[in-house]
Structure formats: C-alpha cells, structure tokens
Ligand binder design. Structure first.
Ligand SMILES: [Zn+2]
Ligand SMILES: [Zn+2]
Ligand SMILES: [Zn+2]
Length: 512
C-alpha cells in the first residue's frame, strides 16, 4: 500500500454506530489517488472468464467474447495449467507467481474434479483456506478478514443457509483442510465471501469475477459516495470522486447510486443486509434519483388508470384507493421489470424490441426525466444490443442522447470513471462511423467529433484512472494519433477550432 490518504476509526452513519470506517487524513482533490493495493487478498474468475482470462494478472485475450474490449493487447493467449486443467495463464511468469501464492497446494486436489464446474465463491474460499493452512496469509490480514461480518444469521433467516452449508462441505473437501478448519468455520468463511465480496472488473468496468480484500472491504457504503475503486489487472486504486476535507469519512457505493431510493434500499437489504441511512437515503424520495417530470402536476387520468391496473394485477385483494406516490412507484417498477426482461433476452433483436417498448412507455407517459432510472439504463442496454446487431448509426444517436441528457446529471464530475469510459466508447464508435464514410447527419464530421471526444478523455482519464492505468495509456496512444492527423488536415489552429465549434453544436443537436 502506498500514497495512503486515509486512517481507520469508528464510524457513525445517520446517528448510528457503523463499525470501523475509512477517513481522509488530509484534504483531497477529486481524481486524486487515496490508496493503492497491488493485489486483493483473493480474486476468483467467473467460470466463463476462466477460459479466456489469465488467472494471475486478469489480462483478457483476443479470443474473449464479451463486451467491446477497448485495449486488449495483441497476440496474448492463455495456457491451461496441466495439473488441474482449470486455471489458465498468459505467461510462465504469471503461472509461477500464482503457483507460489498458493496454487501449488490446491492444484492436485482440483485435478480429480477437472470436469466439474465450481462456483467462483467456492474456488475463492478454497484458495483462502489453503493459503491460511500453509501459513501464506499473515495473522494481521487474517484477523481483518475474520472481522468482516459473515451474516450467518441473516442467511439462516432468508433460507439460504442450507445451500451455504452444502457449498462449504465441498470447499472443505476439495481444499483438504478438514484437519485445520471445522465445518462451521468454513460455512462462516463462505458466507463472509458471499456477503462481502466486490466485483473484479477490467479498467473499463466489465465484470470478471469476485474479489475479497481484507482492508478495502471495510470501507463503508454511501449512495452518495466520495470515492471509487478502479482496477488494472490485480491492482486496485481507491480514488477521490470529489474534493474531500481532512477527517471526512470515505465511502464507496456497493450498488448503482443512480437508482431510485426504493431500489437501492431493497438491493442493499437483500445483498448486504442493511437499511441504508446515508445522506442521500435520509432524503428518501426527495433526491434527484426520484425526480419525476410531473412532480407538481398530478397524474393524468391515463397514467392513473394504467397504474391502477398494474396495482390490481399485483394484488389479489383491494386495499383501498392507492395514493399517487404508490401509483408512480408501480409505474417505475413496471419499467424496471421490462429492463430486467431485456437483460435476460439472449437474442439482441428481441431485447431491442423490449427496450424500445419500455423507452416508448417512459416517453409517452411524460413522467420520466432523462436521468430517472431505468430510462438511462435502458438506453445503455439499447446501445449494447444495437452494436450487437450492427446498427451503428442507431447506437450513435442513442450515445448522443446519453451524452447530452443523462451523463451530466448522473455523473456530474468530468472525471467520473463511468462518464469517462462511456465517452470513450462513444469516441470509438464515432471513429468507426468515420472510417465507413457514413453520413450520420448533414454536416457531421465524425472523424473530428471522435478527435474532440478523445481529446477530452486524454485529460479526464488521467484523473479518473491515473496516468499509469492500462486504459489511460491506450487513450494517450490514440490521442497522439488523432492529434497529428487533425493539425495536418486543417493547416492552422484557428481553422481547426472553428470547425470544432460547428461540430460541438451538431453533436448536441444529434442528442436532442
Ligand atoms: Zn498473466
Ligand atoms: Zn493447477
Ligand atoms: Zn443510501
């Protein structure tokens, strides 16, 4: 750990004791690194990603089929461990590092179950138990880890404990640690992983698996976070999202903080077992996430009838006349159901139909503001699916709308990592459209628009991800390419700036 900008002490959230928390030890500026961890205690890849991702440095290979991979290094392949036939590595050095970190003590146990798919939490738990048994996790880290709440009683209450016990039995057996840890302890550790793990992601936030870090998992949650974590392979950086005063508590968000109040509360309750009392949740439905377009006006007769129908469908007995607040919540829920349905649909054309239906509902109801979820989430999903079916022009206009309406509200900081990554995808799409010579709109110069966006990201990515992150480096590389090209095209800086002004205006119009 280096560049430590924090200390740990007891925390109070919404007037209640909240265990230990992280606090800033100096004034911090938005975009500044607070803590760097070279590798979390444990990270475990999704079954799908085990096939195409290095299990040591988490580098993606070209064959990997998910997402729009933005900076995959060329020519990288992964080789399977000849022993367990489960993990793959990009180099001898990576294999050796993983071997010495603990794999040598579990490889032969995994061999007999090579053809069995094991959940990532089981593999992660095995790794932790094996390494502790072999003395490869020090006492201080171990105590920090064991200090994380296992939520065993919550799992017993929600009926999931039997499943956990079963998984823990397998974990004990495959890791050959029965002689060191009893069955209750393993169940607790497994539950601890389920209820404390964060998502292992690429620098552009595509999910790869789960991770546990004994230290970083102690940072408290807020739906109005002042910090975030970016990753680069196994390296994790905690960075300031906005300016932070000395002795302020540092928070990350465990859930998507752009979601409405009731959604956040229920997700935190179900997955993390707590009722959030953060500064945003204390406002209830009065914060921006719950803004409706017709806040002051009452619902139209049509919307009221629609909501009444939905409420009737959800309840088999009438509980009196619903309030407009209940009606709005119901319409919001209906739209979230469409969003979740679209996410389940594997055929992109089918998903597009579902999403377009839901977006049309939001628009026609006149209730949704552009930043009110799930409207922006529907749009994100629409862009992904349009790209999947090759509708690049359609995807472009959706990107332009997102850029104009949703982004500044949802991610107000120019260096917000999600904003930076979304702008980057947009720049890559503009570049692609320029290369195909598509006339997207009259007078639109897609190459110039791409260059403008890349120029912005070349500055903001240094703040969002730090100058050494693989993503930032690939942005810089791209920037040096377009920078030279542009000046050559326009001759003078004045001519270039005048052209840029015209395109900025056009870009905004395309997002209407
Ligand atoms: Zn590697
Ligand atoms: Zn192996
Ligand atoms: Zn909250």
């Amino acid at each position: 750990m280096s560049q430590d900008g924090y200390y740990i002490r007891d925390s109070t959230i919404g007037g209640q004791a909240a265990g230990k928390g992280f606090f800033s030890n100096r004034d911090l500026t938005g975009g500044e690194p607070i803590a760097i961890i070279q590798r979390p205690l444990m990270a475990s890849l999704e079954s799908e990603r085990l096939k195409d991702t290095c299990a040591n440095c988490y580098v993606w290979t070209e064959g990997s089929a998910i997402g729009s991979r933005l900076y995959v290094k060329r020519g990288i392949t992964v080789q399977m461990c000849a022993g367990c036939k489960r993990f793959r590595y990009c180099s001898k050095a990576c294999q050796k590092e993983a071997w010495n970190r603990g794999h040598k003590h579990e490889c032969k146990n995994l061999k007999p179950v090579a053809d069995k798919e094991l959940p990532k939490a089981v593999l992660g738990c095995m790794e932790i138990l094996v390494r502790r048994k072999q003395g490869l996790i020090d006492d201080q880290t171990w105590q920090l880890l064991c200090h994380l709440d296992s939520h065993i009683d919550d799992f017993k209450a929600n009926g999931n404990y039997d499943g956990i016990e079963l998984m823990a039995m397998g974990t004990s057996q495959f890791s050959a640690t029965q002689d060191t840890f009893n069955k209750d302890f393993v169940a607790q550790m497994y539950a601890r992983i389920l209820s404390n793990s964060m998502t292992l992601v690429t620098p552009t936030f595509e999910p790869l698996g789960i991770l546990i870090d004994a230290l970083l998992c102690h940072i408290n949650h807020s739906c109005h976070p002042n910090t975030y974590i970016v990753m680069d392979g196994p390296q994790m950086q905690l960075r300031a999202l906005r300016d932070i005063k000395k002795d302020e508590e540092l928070f990350i968000s465990y859930v998507d903080p752009t979601m409405p109040y009731l959604r956040r509360q229920s997700e935190l309750e179900q997955r993390w077992f707590f009722a959030c009392k953060c500064s945003k949740c204390q406002q209830g439905i009065a914060s921006q996430e719950d803004d409706w377009a017709r806040k002051l006006a009452s619902l139209t007769t049509h919307n009221r009838e629609l909501a009444n129908e939905e409420i009737k469908r959800a309840q088999d007995h009438s509980v009196g006349e619903p309030s407009d607040e209940q009606r709005l919540a119901t319409l919001q829920e209906k739209t979230f159901n469409s969003y979740e349905e679209a996410q389940q649909q594997s055929d992109p054309a089918e998903a597009i139909r579902t999403i377009e239906g839901a977006i049309a509902f939001c628009t026609e109801s006149n209730l949704w503001l552009a930043h009110h979820q799930p409207l922006p989430a529907l749009r994100d999903e629409l862009i992904v699916n349009m790209l999947a079916v090759g509708n690049y022009e359609g995807a472009w206009f959706e990107c332009a709308k997102r850029h104009r309406h949703a982004m500044p509200k949802l991610y107000p900081q120019i260096h917000h990592p999600i904003r930076v990554v979304q702008t980057w995808r947009m720049a890559m799409l503009a570049q692609y459209l320029a290369s195909t010579g598509t006339e997207v709109a009259v007078g639109a110069d897609m190459a110039l628009i791409a260059a403008m966006l890349i120029n912005t990201i070349s500055v903001t990515s240094r703040m969002s991800h730090g100058p050494d992150n693989a993503f930032t480096k690939s942005v810089q590389l791209k920037f040096s390419e377009v920078e030279g090209e542009l000046l050559g095209r326009f001759g003078s800086e004045d001519a270039m700036n005048a052209a840029i002004q015209r395109q900025v205006k056009l870009l905004s119009e395309m997002g209407k």
